[in-house]
Design a protein around this ligand. Structure first.
Ligand code: ADP
Ligand code: MG
Length: 463
């Protein structure tokens, strides 16, 4: 991977930019300097064109509108009168496109620099609502939260580098990771923070290979102060992406920059990940997030209701707390659907809550319902026998009942299509697929079929 080593003189770049900054600082107010120039990072030098990395697009408009004179002066004196400037920035709104800078002698190729950059390095924004303040702490996430908090206080300088947050879906990994990002963004606005999913990272990497511009890709990531890489389980099996990440990782770590990663399983369980990368992960700390315990679930519900200034009867809260226990995302989903309904004038009670969230807690239902339960409900409804459902009869009403049984078995049980077919008289799984398709179409078109399916569904739900 020698080709990955930096070839441009990054020290020279820094010196050039420092000189420019000095000249600019003498011509503008301290406040303007801090607000508009400190956050800028020099990106690269292309012959006599200085490319600057701006944290946001509006920076460039502001610079062009207000600071052309001092900037031009600095360029003249540091790089010469024919020196030019180019900007790159993470683009916010794709549809807005890229505007051509007007006043600083920009040429077409410069716009290209921006465009190429924007296409390739479209960042995922950090969700401003994911902050420490609304991250409920409990036994299930205490260690992870305090590690995150420590990193937020002193990024790059704690022993938590990298910090690896792991745990199942919907347990708050992304929230916590972005809370660190938001905290640092607020307290050290000059720091460059990138949040990116492994999916996006991989796409950018592949594109940079296609475009023969690996250098820019590496630079882009090697200049960050805080790298938030989400869902690294998706790195497994992607050898070249792991390889480039290994280089970036080393660079960042050695220069004291902070890395936070999330994964849906413990690092040790990450199969298909290069050992040298895994051993790097051990340099820092791993903290897991577990399923929320009862108190945490209760606290999350109460916090949410409080935020929205909504009151629920205590037994409804209790019902929710006890029944939606798998993860926080599901709990929020259930809560939101109750809130939605209660805002539409429905008076909540436990029974209603039960009705409303039953689809969300399928997992508890499916644990209890098996194919035989479905067969029984269908047989009762159509007044046919088990034998008939499982048998070979081609009688119209029996075929219909059989197909509905397959359709609902798929919905209510965790059984595979294959196993549903076997239970229903040793039929092939393609027969089951056909049945499901037929009934879906019928439900959409025929009122009586829709009613029948609904009625049987209700029975199964109250099972
Ligand atoms: P993950 O990345 O682990 O799949 P997320 O971070 O996306 O999970 O969390 C799912 C949802 O649950 C988000 O809306 C998040 O705000 C919320 N959430 C998770 N944990 C907590 C917590 N401890 N306190 C408050 N909200 C939480
Ligand atoms: Mg996530």
């Amino acid at each position: 991977m020698d080709s990955l080593l930096p070839t441009t003189d990054s020290e020279h770049l820094v010196v050039v930019w420092q000189k420019c900054l000095k000249i600019i600082s003498e011509q503008i107010t301290g406040h303007d300097y801090n607000t508009w120039f400190i956050p800028i990072k020099p990106e690269r030098l292309e012959e006599n064109r200085l490319i600057l990395f701006l944290p946001e697009e509006h920076f460039y408009q502001h610079l062009e509108a207000n600071f052309v004179v001092p900037m031009r002066d600095a360029l003249d004196r540091v790089l010469g009168v024919d020196a030019q400037i180019g900007y790159v920035f993470p683009i916010q709104d794709k549809d807005e496109g890229v505007r051509l800078p007007a006043q600083l002698n920009h040429v077409r190729s410069q716009q290209l620099v921006e465009q190429k950059f924007n296409e390739r390095y479209e960042e995922s924004p950090i969700n401003p609502n994911y902050v420490f303040e609304n991250f409920i702490e409990g036994g299930c996430n205490r260690l992870a939260r305090s590690a995150g908090w420590a990193v937020a206080q002193k990024p790059g300088t704690t022993s938590f580098n990298p910090l690896m947050l792991y745990g199942g879906v919907g347990l708050g990994k992304t929230h916590l990771m972005q809370a660190v990002g938001n905290y640092i963004k607020k307290n050290s606005p000059e720091k460059r923070i990138i949040y990116v999913s492994v999916d996006k990272f991989t796409t950018q990497f592949v594109n940079s290979l296609k475009n023969n511009d690996l250098e820019t890709f590496k630079k882009y990531y090697e200049q960050v102060d805080l790298l938030l890489l989400d869902d690294i389980q998706f790195l497994t099996g992607k050898e070249s992406t792991q390889e480039i990440f290994f280089h970036i990782f080393n660079h960042l770590q050695q220069s004291g920059r902070q890395i936070i990663m999330t994964s849906d399983c413990a690092p040790i369980a990450l199969k298909g990940m290069a050992d040298r990368l895994l051993s790097r992960f051990k340099w820092g700390i791993s903290a897991d997030l577990q399923q929320p315990d009862m108190e945490t679930r209760m606290a999350i519900i109460q916090r949410k209701l409080q935020e929205k200034d909504i009151v629920f009867p205590p037994d409804v809260i209790e019902y929710l707390t006890q029944n939606v226990d798998s993860n926080v995302r599901e709990l929020e989903g259930a809560l939101n659907s109750l809130i939605h309904n209660s805002l539409h004038g429905v008076t909540l009670n436990v029974e209603l809550a039960q009705q409303m969230i039953k689809n969300l807690i399928q997992s508890t239902l499916t644990r209890e319902t098996n194919v035989d339960d479905v067969l029984k409900a269908v047989a009762d409804y159509f007044a046919v026998s088990f034998e008939e459902l499982k048998g070979k009869s081609r009688k119209k009403e029996i075929v219909l009942a059989r197909q509905i049984a397959m359709y609902l078995a798929k919905e209510f049980t965790p059984n595979s299509l294959k196993s549903i077919g076997i239970i229903l008289g040793g039929r092939d799984h393609s027969t089951v697929i056909h049945a499901i398709q037929t009934i879906s179409d019928m439900v959409a078109e025929k009122k009586d079929i829709q009613t029948a399916v609904e009625d049987i569904r209700k029975k199964l739900e109250n099972h």
